[in-house]
Design a protein around this ligand. Structure first.
Ligand SMILES: Nc1ncnc2c1ncn2[C@@H]1O[C@H](COP(=O)(O)OP(=O)(O)O)[C@@H](O)[C@H]1O
Ligand SMILES: Cc1ncc(C[n+]2csc(CCOP(=O)(O)OP(=O)(O)O)c2C)c(N)n1
Ligand SMILES: [Mg+2]
Length: 343
């Protein structure tokens, strides 16, 4: 892009357009840079080294009156662990960078640390370093994570093939419902405490699909994989574009929890519920493509290993990078009012 006049602001650009400003540098042969959940390069003992980073900013990714310190610590690491899982890898170290306003209480920071380190210990991921600085106003948390993966298990967004089925590892929409409850508590007063708690928990304390990602990575018939951070349709589009394939998603097959259905019944139709599940972000389920001939075996083995089902929600067709949403087999438009950082 040529240099723009100084009157143009980055709010005129999409996140993708901003990333494109920084892309295009040459990287070593065999390595992989911008464009997937992690960068990958040759690592120790013939393994691939994976690296990824994500930034959480107060009032963009979280509000201090909506998430407690422990959950925020957990979430900051969980979203990064999820990126390693989406490549079929195993996390083996992380860095933590913090920008903190001076008025943050020591107690808050200790509880943030507890949430973070509990999750790190659960998956045996050591903290290797980071950076700490003062911020004039907002809290910013950046985690950089490293992982390893056997080259044969590496799953990229570009690996889907026509004829594959599209699957997800769990229900969608709970996180966006949790966020809406936190943002407008009075609107959802009729929801039971149990449902409300579940949805808020799924928003504030996402559970990365660590073992599922590693196992799916080891399955040769699983082709492309990504984690759902931006929202199902947005992340399906990443696979469609990078694999140069058309992908059909059957909205009526999206897995929903009883809590999410109860939430949606307060103000919408069944179709609106599925639209929300298709665009709401931060689910951190894994989305992958698998050869159709293998899907039945894969579902059986997955259920045996993890005690829960895989959900088959669509298919990959011809080489034409776009997505189509279906309702009862017929194409329907979805209003994609997805979360946008800029324009
Ligand atoms: N400022 C940046 N400079 C270089 N690469 C970036 C920048 N921001 C994002 N990327 C890269 O662009 C790709 C897409 O980013 P993103 O959508 O944030 O991925 P994810 O959902 O996995 O976090 C990733 O490969 C990421 O590393
Ligand atoms: C206060 C607040 N507003 C809005 C959201 C919703 N939200 C923030 S980021 C995001 C999508 C994912 O964020 P991004 O930084 O793009 O993650 P990445 O794709 O890089 O993993 C969503 C749905 C939120 N969690 N909290
Ligand atoms: Mg990112």
């Amino acid at each position: 892009m040529a240099d723009s006049p100084s009157s143009q602001k980055i709010s005129d650009l999409s996140e993708e357009e901003i990333i494109r400003l920084f892309s295009g540098s040459s990287i070593p042969r065999g390595a992989m840079g911008i464009g997937d959940d992690c960068a990958a390069s040759e690592g120790p003992g013939g393994l691939e080294r994976l690296i990824s980073t994500d930034l959480l900013v107060e009032d963009v990714h979280f509000r201090l009156d909506s998430i407690n310190a422990e959950d925020l610590g957990h979430k900051a690491l969980a979203v990064n662990i999820s990126d390693i899982a989406a490549m079929g890898g195993t996390s083996d170290g992380y860095f933590l960078s913090l920008a903190l306003p001076g008025m943050v209480s020591i107690n808050w920071l200790q509880r943030f640390r507890n949430g973070l380190t509990d999750l790190a210990q659960k998956y045996d991921i050591p903290l290797l370093g980071g950076d700490t600085t003062r911020s004039e106003s907002h809290i910013m948390i950046s985690v950089t994570i490293m992982g390893i993966v056997n080259p044969d298990s590496l799953k990229l967004r570009s690996m889907a093939e026509p004829g594959d089925r599209i699957c997800v590892t769990g229900p969608l929409g709970d996180s966006v419902a949790g966020l809406k409850i936190l943002s407008h508590p009075h609107k959802y007063q009729s929801l039971s405490d149990n449902h409300r708690k579940k949805l808020i928990q799924r928003h504030c304390k996402p559970d990365p699909a660590v073992y599922e990602g590693k196992w799916l990575g080891q399955q040769d018939e699983v082709h492309a994989m990504i984690d759902i951070s931006d929202g199902l349709l947005s992340d399906v589009r990443h696979i469609a574009e990078q694999s140069d394939c058309k992908i059909e998603i059957a909205l009526d097959r999206l897995p929903l929890t009883p809590a999410f259905e109860a939430f949606c019944s307060i103000e919408g139709t069944d179709k609106q519920a599925r639209e929300l599940a298709a665009v709401g972000g931060e689910d951190y389920q894994l989305l992958f493509s698998v050869a159709e001939s293998h899907i039945s075996d894969l579902k059986d083995q997955f259920r045996e290993k993890f005690g829960k089902p895989l959900y088959d929600i669509g298919k990959v067709t011809k080489r034409e990078p776009r997505i189509v949403t279906l309702w009862d087999g017929s194409p329907v438009e979805v209003n994609e009012q997805k979360f946008k950082h800029f324009s």
